[in-house]
Design a protein around this ligand. Structure first.
Ligand code: SF4
Length: 349
């Protein structure tokens, strides 16, 4: 299979089920139309033969991966095939056995999501979860040698924003390597719009909190990565990087990213800057026929080429800067794919 073109990173939604009811999660907000399912053997068998050529398979979607009864079998098969494997978990089921499996299989990275650095904040936002228990589970994982890289992830929202520096201290306490703080960048209801901690003019507290978190990270030896809070209109390719990466849905469909393929009956809503729209899932085909087939499909190539043209425009921009007079108006970049125009990730969130 040498020479087959495949994505760099494949993110696999092994399940869309979850035992928590997080107040800010799309799964909670869209519960009436949500499809709870596990990835099938057929879908996984379309990925495995190509694993050697894929740099990283990340096992996580809109659900909790540790609920899949064959999660460790899938991770073992991928590792055996020679690719890097990582996952994101809510940490509830990261018990002794799960820790043993993650280390035995040589997982490359385990990210654990929390919603606050204080139990009161986390437990109120992540309904059904206990920060104390999660911290004990992460601590157990971090004591192992060798072990995966361990990352604490917290989506920034006004209620937990002030706790960002404390999260870095918590990471050091439990022995984690890194803190990553992305945003609540998909807004399915007007209520959740109020939980955005980003905007064209973000909360003025953000920059001080980020500086303090970075300072603490340096002092405690914890890497800190906080996503930009100020939206920009000069992003050419979003951080999901659909030019190189592929998303596999829980029902085995290939898609550009998590945001265009939620596991919902009859589509799903999206709120953006006061506008509301109803989206249909955008998929490129069934992965059980093999990753190259969907990756090289006409809709996948067409979606990627819209972003590639923007990248090329960006490179050309350097040349134009050098040749245009200061008063000349530079040409606009080629448009992104239509479903991306109202996605906050295209504006740097
Ligand atoms: S801009 Fe948004 S919708 Fe488009 S590929 Fe990126 S993450 Fe997905």
């Amino acid at each position: 299979m040498a020479g087959v073109q495949v994505p760099r990173i494949v993110q696999v939604e092994v399940t869309s089920a979850c035992q928590l009811r997080c107040t800010f999660c799309a799964r909670t907000a869209l519960a009436d139309r949500w499809i709870n399912a596990h990835l099938s053997r057929e879908a996984f068998s379309g990925i495995l033969p190509y694993a050697r050529q894929i740099e990283l398979v990340h096992l996580q979607g809109w659900g909790e991966p540790l609920l899949h009864p064959r999660l460790w079998d899938m991770a073992a098969a991928l590792k055996q095939a020679g690719c890097r494997v990582s996952l994101t978990t809510n940490g509830v089921l990261l018990d002794e056995e799960a820790v043993r499996e993650a280390c035995r299989l040589g997982l490359d990275l385990v990210a654990v999501s929390v919603a606050g650095a204080r139990p009161t904040t986390n437990d109120a936002l992540r309904v059904g979860s206990s920060l104390e228990r999660i911290a004990a589970n992460v601590s157990r994982l971090c004591e192992q040698k060798p072990r995966p890289r361990v990352v604490l992830i917290m989506q920034l929202m006004p209620p937990n924003l002030p706790e960002l520096p404390e999260l870095v201290s918590l990471a050091a306490e439990v022995g984690a390597d890194e803190v990553v703080a992305p945003h609540l960048d998909y807004i399915p209801t007007p209520e959740l719009d109020g939980l955005r901690a980003f905007g064209w003019q973000p909360d003025p507290r953000v920059s001080d909190l980020v500086s303090e978190a970075m300072r603490r990270g340096e002092e405690l030896g914890v890497k800190v990565h906080v996503y930009e809070s100020r939206l920009r209109d000069d992003v050419l390719v979003c951080a999901a990087d659909p030019v190189h990466n592929l998303w596999i849905t829980v029902d085995g469909q290939a898609a550009p990213c998590a945001y265009l393929a939620l596991p919902c009956r009859d589509g799903f809503p999206r709120f953006f800057e006061g506008t509301h729209e109803h989206l249909r899932r955008l998929t490129f085909g069934d992965v059980s026929g093999g990753v190259p087939r969907v990756w090289q499909s006409r809709p996948a190539r067409s979606f990627r080429s819209a972003f590639s043209r923007r990248q090329q425009w960006g490179q050309l921009g350097y040349l134009l800067d050098a040749t245009l007079s200061p008063s000349a108006t530079p040409p606009a970049p080629p448009p992104p794919p239509a479903p991306c125009r109202h996605c906050y990730k295209l504006y740097g969130a």
